[in-house]
Design a protein around this ligand. Structure first.
Ligand SMILES: [Zn+2]
Length: 304
């Protein structure tokens, strides 16, 4: 989430430096409460050299089979398993991409269960969706993912799934309310809602691309959810956060007595916290009443 000051690899190297052999044993032990080395922040962000994308078929093949790319392919398979185990995807639903160059993206293949992917099923495409490497055909929905990168330069990875509660909100055409759970405000911001278009079409891609300028998590009406983040784990966390939030709100509406929110000053604190973690929030300039405007949601819920 936040930008690590030191890569995990470098920090681990520093942390593993052995103590001097001549030092007394007791001296090697840090004092109570002291930290032996700088704490390590996890760093999953893939960094490429701008202007240096491989161009020839041979260079692309070498890059596609390089160790750092193999790590990302494994990570996509791992996250696919987690999505399937949590019932965020069914059948061959859901897909993911990771940006690995100025115009290079890893993507999941078409017609595959996300719970049972292997690294060789991952494909490499350019920003138009043209497949550059990988023996299996890329997902048709990657055009929607690619539109996010075109509209949102901060995006490094995207995740799409059909988790039941969040998709139920999307089917109901209901944008989730705001100001109800602090973590959702900090890590998701306002969840967006984008109109329906046929999956895999340029019209859907355009719609989702536009929505990604404001929202990190977007409900696709009558379809599912798409999220983006700094890295694939981050995009997936946002998928989990979105589903948990929609499930909680759904349950809360069944309990009677209305739904509580935090106040505008508390909302502004959370937006500031969100910004300090490197995430933007288009609601910064909102008035207090706009910040906590759940009228459309409450109107629908109270109508039942
Ligand atoms: Zn879908």
């Amino acid at each position: 989430m936040s930008k690590p000051q030191k890569s995990a690899k470098t920090a681990a190297k520093t942390a593993s430096k052995p103590a001097s052999k001549s030092a007394p044993k007791t001296a090697a032990k840090p004092a109570a409460g002291a930290v032996a080395a700088a704490p390590i922040l996890p760093d999953y962000v893939f960094r490429w050299t701008p202007g240096a994308d491989p161009q020839t078929p041979a260079a692309l093949a070498k890059f596609f089979d390089s160790a750092p790319i193999r790590v990302l392919k494994e990570r996509m398979c791992d996250i696919g398993r987690r999505m399937w185990q949590r019932e965020f995807t069914d059948g061959n639903g859901g897909n993911m991409t990771i940006r690995v160059g100025d115009d290079l993206f890893l993507t999941t293949q078409t017609l595959i269960s996300k719970g049972f992917m292997t690294p060789e099923t991952i494909a490499l495409v350019d920003g138009t969706g043209r497949q550059l490497a990988g023996k299996f055909k890329r997902t048709s929905e990657c055009l929607t993912h690619l539109a996010i990168y075109r509209n949102q330069p901060s995006a490094r990875a995207t995740c799409h799934a059909h988790p039941v509660h969040a998709t139920a909100f999307a089917v109901a055409g209901l944008q989730p309310p705001v100001g109800m759970i602090p973590e959702a405000e900090v890590f998701l911001g306002q969840i967006g809602l984008a109109p329906y278009h046929t999956p895999g079409t340029p019209a859907l891609a355009e719609e989702i691309g536009r929505a990604s300028r404001r929202h990190y998590s977007i409900l696709m009406v009558n379809h599912g959810v798409i999220t983006w983040g700094d890295h694939i784990e981050d995009a997936y966390w946002k998928m989990e956060n979105t589903e948990a939030y929609c499930k909680t709100i759904h349950i809360a509406t069944t309990l009677g007595g209305g739904l509580g929110t935090i106040n505008a000053a508390q909302m502004r604190d959370l937006i500031a916290l969100r910004k300090s973690l490197g995430m933007s929030d288009y609601r910064e300039t909102f008035s207090d009443s706009q910040l906590l405007d759940n009228s459309a949601f409450l109107k629908r819920v109270n109508r039942r």
